[in-house]
Write a protein that binds this ligand. Structure first.
Ligand code: DAH
Length: 347
């Protein structure tokens, strides 16, 4: 029995030494020390020994058990720490590797220009307002002095919702003049940016949806001088103090007199030519048309319950895309709506 116990001890310590995983250790613990284990099997034979031998063998068996237990503990500690080491090595983080760049978005170029224009007019005391894109023909046309039968009311130009042509997608932001004057008494200064819609095929300069910014000022003694002052102030802030503008007579049904404002081409400085070639920015004109404006027609004031003998006003309407294209040197309108990030990231 003594040899048996010694044999068990030797082979147990060898097996434990070569066990490499926590699972292998557990398996050994059961095999060596468990109820059906090798040591237990030997102890079960103790009854067959003589009374003298029994305590000697008992002691030996206990010391074998103690050695195995001690070795088990030792190996467990070693294996646990090896497992931890391996895990730490596998999960090591190299804090010196450059991080992945977080791509921050920014305002769309159209919004950048819109924000700048709003800031300018808020600085001049204007109130910025919003209005409906689905509009009544009476606001979009009739009360702006645009009679039945006027070409701009044509079904080929305007998106109508009803057979009687009374509801439509607004074709201009000018109906905001009527809406604002209905609800505010002079003195008033209003700026109304927003989407407008026309039945245009999309090309480099046209889109069925685009943006306008409407301005309206009504008070006593408002003159064309006030109109020019406001618009030239805006131009200088957007395009720089040396930007050159001109006002040309024009016709709009809702203003009298009416004009258009042009900006001298920033590319060819008004000559229409660059190195003997026709300037591609202004197509040789030397000027770029920017907006329509004029003194509010007395009938329009009257349509809103404002006495034209006491009050006068000016109004203007500018295309946001056109202004942004000039400001940011964009040559195709479709780029603005495509929203390709390679394009947007340039601004
Ligand atoms: N609504 C006009 C258009 O879409 C632009 C315009 C012209 C607006 C003259 C005005 C104005 O307020 O006074 O062509």
């Amino acid at each position: 029995m003594k040899e048996q116990l010694e044999q068990i001890k030797k082979s147990a310590l060898d097996a434990l030494e070569s066990a490499a995983t926590p699972a292998a250790l557990d398996e050994l613990r059961v095999r060596l020390l468990g109820k059906k284990g090798e040591l237990t099997a030997v102890l079960k034979q103790m009854g067959k020994l003589s009374p003298e031998e029994r305590p000697v063998m008992g002691q030996l068996a206990n010391s074998v058990r103690a050695s195995i237990e001690q070795k088990l503990e030792e190996r467990k500690a070693q294996i646990d720490s090896a497992v931890l080491e391996a895990k730490l090595a596998a999960e090591a983080i190299d804090v010196t590797i450059p991080g992945q760049e977080v791509c921050l978005g920014h305002q769309h170029p159209m919004n950048q220009v819109l924000q700048q224009i709003k800031d300018i007019f808020v600085g001049l005391g204007y109130q910025v307002v919003d209005g409906p894109e689905v509009e009544l023909a009476s606001y979009n046309f009739t009360r702006l002095n645009i009679e039945e039968g006027h070409p701009s009311r044509d079904r080929s130009d305007t998106f109508y919702f009803t057979d009687d042509d009374s509801v439509l997608l607004r074709t201009q932001t000018s109906p905001m003049q009527i809406r604002y004057m209905e609800n505010h008494k002079p003195p008033l200064c209003m700026l109304a940016p927003g989407r407008v819609f026309r039945k245009d095929e999309a090309d480099a300069t046209h889109s069925p949806m685009f943006h306008q910014i409407e301005g309206l000022v009504v008070d006593e003694h408002i003159t064309m001088g006030d109109l020019k002052g406001a618009l030239i102030t805006m131009m200088r802030k957007i395009y720089g103090v040396d930007s050159v503008t001109r006002f040309r007579p024009h016709h709009f049904p809702f203003t009298e007199p009416s004009c258009e404002m042009d900006m001298q081409c920033h590319k060819c400085h008004g000559t229409g030519q660059i190195d003997g070639q026709v300037c591609s920015t202004c197509h040789g004109e030397g000027w770029i048309e920017l907006l329509g404006a004029g003194m509010v027609h007395p009938d329009v004031l009257r349509n809103c319950g404002i006495d034209p003998d006491k009050y006068s006003g000016f109004a203007f309407g500018m295309g946001l895309e056109r202004t942004a294209m000039g400001r940011l040197k964009i040559n195709d309108l479709r780029l603005i709506f495509d929203n390709d990030v390679r394009f947007l990231n340039q601004f």
